[in-house]
Design a protein around this ligand. Structure first.
Ligand code: ADP
Ligand code: MG
Length: 508
């Protein structure tokens, strides 16, 4: 080889070295970025930690806060509202009853025909109607006249041809999912509107009066015999099917729970006597808070940017309205820390763009190449061509956020059971040890789209129940899904609080 040849060979070798160095450098950088992303994941995992020990602390905190909320008005973030429901359907109800459910965008009308003996397949007719936008900010009269007219048409359609006993007025249960201060089972003052309603002249009025007057104006012979929160409706349906039902939980867009309490434990309202000695209490548990809750920076940011900061803290960690947005916030941080998701997608910066059902689809994607994950990232977040390794990471994030939510909901349920001495521990004051207390069979009614549609959520919740309670006690606690409980339950409460007497009601 001549001098020139040596020089060329040397230059070639040098170039190869440089190229190799560039490749190695890129690889090192990529590894460093991947390391950063894994660091974010690890931090989220640690922040969302729900060991059994921590869950038991949440259980205790829930029971203690329930006590505090029952002791005095404003004594706890748990409002522990009285419902004046002191008897629940027993299963022997007979007749035809109606319910009206005023929720968010729709109102639903139901007709239920129980035939006694816990008629399992309750015959029912349901109709749902969109609430015209302009009525949500109009006047009380406009809104209720519209509802009363629709109800009258529904009744006429459903009763067409079948004779309704003339000596009986129709009875209606009214499920009203807005904050109300109840003064009896069939009256309650609207505290404030939520979910897009703003009919100012109604705040401070009795919502049952408003509906009753509209029914009279429209000439519909119907009595509003029960005003109920959706959790209470669910409890009623649960109790109709299974007399061991002592509590109900809603896990849908929001989350809430109610349960049966002894009157003498409701210290803040001495002087009310119920024939049964008990009353259903609406906990408004979405607002529960405890320093034992595993809170991350993502939760703090979500809360600070919400229209109701420092409120509904438990709900913001658990319910369907928020889970998707927690996942979005973690993915955004990962995207900002590295380029594993390409340049930061503007969609990732858009609050609430990732809905919880999409989180469920990604989480439960069982295709080998996680095709659904790729599609949702592409279609919804406009992040194309995500490699398999990164898709797996996204599934991981969904898992961490959902697992925490489900386990916290389980701790909340056990908290209620502990408060009423049904968790097998002998209650929070007895000091008895586990082994000498036998737990009674106990059913909890559950309703809500998050629990019923998201299998992984359900599995994690059930798993945590067993971990907290222990296998023996958990066997005695039955979680029963009550489809449509809030509506059907309200009509059954109309039956047990009907003007012709609670002939079928079962005292608590
Ligand atoms: P609401 O709580 O408004 O009365 P639902 O009980 O039907 O209504 O719950 C609806 C909520 O459930 C949705 O807002 C959503 O967060 C959640 N959800 C519905 N479907 C799914 C699903 N497939 N996977 C996960 N969450 C779901
Ligand atoms: Mg609902």
């Amino acid at each position: 080889m001549g001098k020139v040849g040596v020089a060329v060979a040397a230059a070639g070798a040098a170039a190869a070295c440089v190229a190799a160095a560039v490749v190695v450098g890129r690889r090192v950088r990529r590894r460093r970025k991947w390391g950063k992303v894994l660091g974010v994941l690890r931090e989220v995992e640690e922040g969302c930690e729900t060991s059994v020990g921590r869950l038991k602390q949440v259980v205790d905190a829930m029971a203690v806060e329930m006590h505090a909320g029952l002791a005095s008005e404003g004594g706890s973030k748990l409002r522990m509202l009285l419902t004046f429901v002191d008897n629940l359907p027993s299963g022997s109800e007979k007749g035809t009853y109606y319910a009206l459910h005023l929720g968010g965008t729709y109102f639903r009308m139901l007709r239920v025909k129980p035939e006694g003996q816990r008629s399992l397949a309750l015959a029912r007719d349901v109709e749902r109607q969109l609430i015209p936008q302009h009525l949500m900010t109009s006047t009380t009269e406009d809104l209720f006249d519209f509802i009363a007219s629709s109800l009258k048409e529904f009744v006429e359609r459903e009763e067409n041809g079948s004779a309704f006993p003339l000596d009986r007025r129709r009875e209606l249960g009214f499920t009203f999912s807005y904050p109300v201060k109840q003064t009896s089972v069939s009256s309650g003052i609207l505290i404030k509107w939520t979910k897009g309603f703003a009919i100012e002249d109604m705040v401070g009025k009795d919502v049952v009066d408003c509906l009753q007057q509209a029914l009279t104006r429209k000439g519909l012979s119907m009595r509003v015999s029960a005003l109920v929160n959706d959790t209470v409706g669910t409890l009623a349906l649960g109790h109709y099917h299974d007399a061991d039902t002592v509590a109900a939980v809603i896990i849908g867009t929001g989350t809430n729970a109610c349960y049966v309490e002894r009157m003498d434990a409701i210290i803040k309202c001495q002087g009310i006597l119920t024939s049964s000695g008990g009353m259903v209490v609406n906990m408004e548990w979405g607002n529960f808070w405890s320093s034992h809750l595993p809170r991350t920076s993502y939760d703090i940011d979500l809360d600070a940017n919400s229209p109701n900061p420092n409120e509904q803290g438990f709900e913001k960690m658990i319910s369907g309205m928020y889970l998707g947005d927690i996942v979005r916030r973690v993915l955004l941080r990962m995207s900002q820390e590295s380029d594993i998701l390409g340049p930061v997608s503007p969609k990732l910066l858009t609050p609430f763009i990732l809905r919880t059902p999409l989180v469920a689809s990604m989480h439960e994607d069982d295709s080998p190449d996680l095709a659904k994950v790729a599609k949702i990232l592409g279609d919804t977040l406009e992040i194309p061509d995500v490699p398999l390794k990164v898709r797996k990471l996204v599934v991981n994030v969904c898992d961490v956020v959902t697992r925490r939510a489900a386990r916290l909901a389980a701790a909340g349920i056990v908290g209620i059971l502990k408060k009423i001495g049904r968790d097998g521990s002998g209650g929070i004051t007895s000091g008895r040890s586990r082994s000498d207390v036998r737990i009674k069979r106990t059913a909890v009614a559950i309703e809500g789209g998050l629990y019923t549609n998201y299998a992984m959520f359900r599995e994690y919740l059930n798993e945590a129940m067993v971990e907290i309670l222990g296998e023996d006690a958990a066997e005695q606690v039955i979680l029963e899904v009550m489809e449509d409980g809030s509506g059907i339950g309200a009509s059954l409460l109309a039956a047990s609080h009907a003007s012709h007497g609670p002939d079928a009601a079962q005292m608590l």
